[in-house]
Design a protein around this ligand. Structure first.
Ligand SMILES: [Ca+2]
Ligand SMILES: [Ca+2]
Ligand SMILES: [Ca+2]
Length: 263
C-alpha cells in the first residue's frame, strides 16, 4: 500500500477517480448480484478463500477484500478494495470449488492496485511474484508441497523508476481498469489491466535458498511433471528483491485473482 501522501496526490491529479472507488453502491443491486453478473458475463471465477498468511491482517485492508471480482480504479488511481499483504509477506489463496488448468493463453490474472502518476511520469508500484501448486496430503505443510514459479524478469540494469522496460511476470506491473460494479469488461483483455499468467510458463522450484525469485533454481514444467490441476496460488511481496522504483516498498495489495481456464 503506497503511502497516504500518494493517495492524496492521485486524488488531486486524477479528478477524484480515487474517491469513486469507494462511492456508495447503487441501491438497485447488491455487490453479490454484481459479482454474479460479472461471472456469468465473462465465464470467469475469482478466488474466494485464503489458507495461509505469513503476516498479521491489516484491519482496514483484510484478506476478504482480495475475494471476488476486481474492483479497479483505473490507470491513474489505486483501488482501496484490496488485501494489503505487507512487506516481504506471502499468502496462499484458492477457489473453494474449482481448479485452475492450462488452457489457451493466459489462465489467470492477479489484480494488484498499481497506478500511474502522470504528473511525475511514474508508477506507484508494489511488485511481487506468483507461485502455483497442486497441493499435498490433507493437513500437510504447504512448504512441503511442490511449487512452480511463474518466472519474473526485473532487470535492475534498466531504468527501474518510470518504465515497464525490462520487467515482466511481476505482480503489480499493470494498473487495474476493470471494475465489476462501475466498469465491467472482459477481465482477459489488456484493456482491463491486471497481470496475466500462463500455466505453461510455470517451472518447478528446485531451490529457493536465496529467497530471491530472480535466482531460484528451476526444473520441469507442469506438463512435464503431469500436473493437470492447480489448486493453490501463492503471492509473495517482492521486498528488496524486486525494487518498486521511485516510491519505495510498501507491500503489495491484492484486489482479486481470477481464473480464465478452470474446471
Ligand atoms: Ca499497491
Ligand atoms: Ca495457458
Ligand atoms: Ca477486491
Amino acid at each position: 500500500m503506497k503511502k497516504y501522501f500518494w493517495m492524496v496526490l492521485v486524488v488531486l491529479v486524477a479528478g477524484c477517480a480515487e474517491m469513486e472507488s469507494s462511492s456508495p453502491i447503487p441501491a438497485e443491486k447488491t455487490t453479490a448480484e454484481y459479482a454474479a453478473e460479472f461471472y456469468a458475463a465473462y465465464s470467469v471465477v475469482c478466488i474466494d478463500s485464503m489458507i495461509h498468511y505469513s503476516g498479521e491482517e491489516n484491519g482496514s485492508y483484510p484478506a476478504t477484500l482480495a475475494f471476488g471480482p476486481p474492483r479497479g480504479a483505473g490507470e491513474n488511481a489505486g483501488s482501496l478494495d484490496v488485501f494489503n499483504l505487507g512487506i516481504g509477506q506471502n499468502a496462499i489463496f484458492r477457489h473453494s470449488s474449482v481448479a485452475l488448468v492450462d488452457g489457451s493463453g493466459n489462465d489467470f490474472k492477479v489484480f494488484e492496485n498499481s497506478f500511474r502518476i502522470s504528473t511525475v511520469d511514474n508508477y506507484a508500484w508494489d511488485f511481487g511474484w506468483v507461485e502455483v501448486s497442486p497441493g499435498g496430503a490433507d493437513g500437510s505443510d504447504p512448504d512441503t508441497w511442490d511449487w512452480y514459479l511463474l518466472p519474473v524478469v526485473h532487470d535492475l540494469n534498466t531504468n527501474t523508476y518510470n518504465t515497464k522496460e525490462g520487467k515482466s511476470g511481476l505482480v503489480g506491473l499493470e494498473p487495474i481498469v476493470v471494475n465489476y460494479i462501475d466498469n465491467p469488461m472482459d477481465p482477459r483483455t489488456s484493456t482491463a489491466g491486471g497481470d496475466g499468467y500462463d500455466l505453461a510458463d510455470a517451472k518447478k522450484i528446485l531451490t529457493r535458498d536465496s529467497g530471491n525469485p530472480l535466482h531460484f533454481s528451476l526444473g520441469n514444467t507442469l506438463a512435464q511433471d503431469n500436473v493437470m490441476e492447480i489448486r493453490y496460488i501463492r503471492i509473495f511481496d517482492g521486498s528488496s528483491f524486486l525494487p518498486d522504483g521511485a516510491f519505495g516498498d510498501n507491500g503489495l495489495d491484492v484486489d482479486a485473482i481470477c481464473f480464465f481456464n478452470y474446471r
